[in-house]
Design a protein around this ligand. Structure first.
Ligand code: ZN
Length: 202
């Protein structure tokens, strides 16, 4: 059976090209009043984190236990994630505003230094040599997003051209990529053009 996409945190499409952008893409869309939220609970955040390699599955198993012991702290961590996600969206798509820089700096100050590499799904990922904390998924997000914001990669960040789609991705094609994914927004735009052509020839 074909996998269902875009239904929950564990199978949301990873189109960003970097975990910092994929995290911003856990809501669809930033542009509408009632967006589809993929991260409704801390458990969703962990599910997404394993899917997007923001933490390892071994870490997520430990974090589930931490969260069970401290549910209020786990939810507060999720709320921090929502806040930094909104700030990252603005920082990545427009000129930096002081309030958003403050929000990101607050996260950076609590995020440990990258001290070692770990293997996650046959790839190397940054890790910190210190005990796990509930905000572990946010470390990967903040490391990735801060790298993009302070490097030439920032120039490659594009917002999907699909109507009402706010998803971000790194365009490595030199400006030829317009859609978060051809299967979603790309196809819809193609169908729309086809429909308009048919109407024009009526
Ligand atoms: Zn899109």
């Amino acid at each position: 059976m074909r996998a269902q996409y875009n239904t929950h945190a564990g199978n949301v499409r990873l189109v960003g090209g970097a975990v910092g952008l994929d995290f911003v893409n856990t809501v669809n869309s930033m542009l509408v009043a009632q967006p589809k939220e993929y991260l409704e609970t801390y458990a969703d955040l962990l599910t997404w984190s394993v899917h997007a390699q923001a933490c390892t599955s071994a870490e997520a198993a430990q974090l589930h236990q931490l969260a069970a012991a401290q549910p209020a702290a786990a939810h507060a961590c999720l709320e921090r994630g929502w806040r930094v996600r909104a700030s990252l969206f603005r920082l990545l798509t427009s000129a930096p505003q002081a309030e958003d820089v403050r929000c990101l700096n607050t996260e950076l100050q609590t995020t440990p230094n990258r001290q070692q590499l770990a293997i996650s799904a046959d790839q190397l990922v940054w890790a910190a040599a210190q005990p796990l904390r509930l905000d572990r998924p946010l470390w990967s997000v903040v490391w990735s997003a801060a790298d993009i914001l302070t490097s030439a990669q920032h120039q490659q960040v594009r917002q999907c051209a699909g109507a009402g789609c706010s998803w971000l991705f790194l365009d490595t094609t030199g400006g030829r990529r317009h859609w978060c994914s051809m299967q979603d927004c790309g196809n819809r735009a193609k169908a729309q053009r086809h429909y308009q052509r048919l109407r024009a020839t009526d």
